[in-house]
Design a protein around this ligand. Structure first.
Ligand code: CP
Ligand code: NVA
Length: 301
């Protein structure tokens, strides 16, 4: 059966835990292999990327394979060739698709019409590869996730949705604060709560920060929302993570951000560059987690 990674739920609980352990092992041994020898990964990116693109390209190389990078502008997608046709054609050449796109339905369509694995490298609805690697970053400091309090302060965006999914499989408590009107996917939240996730939502960032061990935020306007920037700046007033906000969290709290960050908006320069910040470890862990994800995809169960 073709294995896709379109959302964290595709893994199931055990595989999600195994991926963290495997990525850590790969990190500690500077892992290389020939698992992807003779294989190609097509990387179809409709949005900008630094970390996801370069970590995946490097990960594929470390596993002995090759990537082909493609954007709509440089391909027939930009001249209206349907995605479902593209999916079938790419499947005939390549061994997996790594896709950054707008709608989650694009990922579903590629998985449906193609017959090779599809990896979600970010959609408007989720960023599962990022959250798996953020979980690795937390695991390195608090291995069992037990009695760990994670705060999400900001937009109910793709990152927030993937955190909600992760809370179904890992025993941390997730305290989330969003301005009114910027809540995450309601159906997903209900689903996760019914599955036993410990998630608490508020419109008061100070409440969500109380005692948090890991303080997470992200840009206020995601890619594709650039024209909403001014409106969002108003809506998110009081949401910047600065030293005063960090002081509300646990005394040893760490600051996390998937990057790129906007200094002076969602996070202050002092916090981002300060001793609590673990954002560079997060960025590094993308590489190790991508290798573990690729190995999971290409290893039969
Ligand atoms: N965090 C992340 O996905 O970064 P890029 O947009 O640079 O890939
Ligand atoms: N929420 C951000 C994440 C970027 C990695 C975006 O979608 O633009």
């Amino acid at each position: 059966m073709t294995k896709h990674f379109t959302r964290i739920r595709d893994l199931g609980c055990q595989a999600a835990h195994d991926l963290i352990a495997r990525a850590k092992e790969m990190k500690d041994t500077d892992y290389r292999s020939e698992l992807l020898d003779g294989k190609t990964a097509i990387m179809l990116f409709e949005k900008a990327s630094t970390r996801t693109r370069v970590s995946f390209e490097t990960a594929v190389y470390h596993l002995g394979g090759k990537t082909i990078f493609m954007t709509p502008a440089e391909s027939q997608l930009g001249r209206s060739e349907p995605l479902k046709d593209t999916a079938r054609v790419l499947s005939r050449y390549n061994d997996c698709m790594i896709v950054r796109t707008f709608g989650q339905e694009n990922i579903e369509q590629l998985a449906h019409y193609g017959d090779i694995p599809v990896v979600n490298a970010l959609t408007d609805q989720g960023h599962p590869c990022q959250i798996m690697s953020d979980l690795l970053t937390i695991h390195e400091r608090t291995p069992n996730f037990d009695a760990v309090r994670v705060a999400w302060i900001g937009d109910g965006n793709n990152m927030a949705n993937s955190w909600i999914e992760a809370a179904m499989y890992f025993p941390f408590e997730l305290f989330m604060a969003f301005p009114e009107g910027y809540e995450p996917d309601k159906e997903l939240l209900t689903f996760a709560l019914q599955a036993g996730a410990k998630i608490f939502c508020t419109h008061e960032p100070e409440l969500a920060l109380e005692g948090a061990h890991y303080v997470n935020t992200d840009v206020w306007a995601s890619m594709g929302q650039e024209e909403e920037q001014k409106r969002r700046e108003k809506a998110f007033a009081g949401y910047m993570i600065d030293e005063k906000m960090m002081a509300l969290a646990h005394p040893d709290a760490k600051f996390m951000h998937c990057l790129p960050a906007h200094r002076g908006e969602e996070v202050s320069e002092e916090v981002l560059e300060g001793p609590a910040s673990i954002v560079w470890d997060q960025a590094e862990n993308r590489l190790h987690m991508q290798k573990a994800i690729l190995e999971w995809i290409f290893t039969a169960e």
